[in-house]
Design a protein around this ligand. Structure first.
Ligand SMILES: [Zn+2]
Ligand SMILES: [Zn+2]
Length: 166
């Protein structure tokens, strides 16, 4: 499995599809390529994926994006996150991961599951909760949003700087 930090080539993507017994259709490969090469946002909405695909093929229908996302998600090559406002975003799964998300702009970054192992072991001891097969989202404010002046009500100094878990 390719290292998530490295550029993922088409050969890697074809192998991922092949390992899941999926045919490397041009549409499936194109959607997976967008998800694999989005370095600014780890997760994208279906509309953002569609927009990026249209740079190569202006006629690609939105329904194709949704269909391919469903196939990739069913195979475990992609997964979906739901924002607090219900917005669904999609990301490639090269390795199991949790997420850190900005509460203001919604940008999502992957967080390797290993970084939370100790914390989760503690949680499962205390609350006897199991997080298997689920993804945890830690919320905070990203650097771009921290720099941006925010709304008519000025926030107190440092009011929103600390990451908060939800
Ligand atoms: Zn993800
Ligand atoms: Zn942000």
């Amino acid at each position: 499995m390719p290292d998530p930090g490295q550029a993922v080539g088409d050969a890697d993507l074809r192998r991922l599809l092949h390992d899941k017994r999926l045919r490397a259709t041009p549409a499936g490969l194109a959607v997976l390529r967008v998800l694999a090469r989005t370095h600014d946002h780890h997760h994208l909405t279906a509309a953002q994926i569609h927009q990026r695909l249209r740079a190569d093929d202006p006629d690609v229908p939105a329904a194709t994006v949704l269909r391919e996302l469903r196939i990739l998600t069913d195979a475990g090559l992609a997964h979906t996150l739901h924002d607090s406002d219900g917005t669904a975003s999609h990301g490639i799964v090269l390795a199991p991961h949790h997420h850190v998300a900005c509460t203001l702009c919604g940008v999502v970054h992957p967080l390797p599951t290993t970084t939370l192992h100790a914390a989760l072991a503690q949680v499962s001891k205390v609350g006897r909760l199991s997080f298997e097969g689920d993804t945890i989202v830690l919320h905070g404010i990203c650097p771009a949003c921290r720099r941006r002046p925010r709304g008519p009500v000025p926030a107190g100094p440092g009011a929103t700087d600390a990451p908060r878990a939800r």
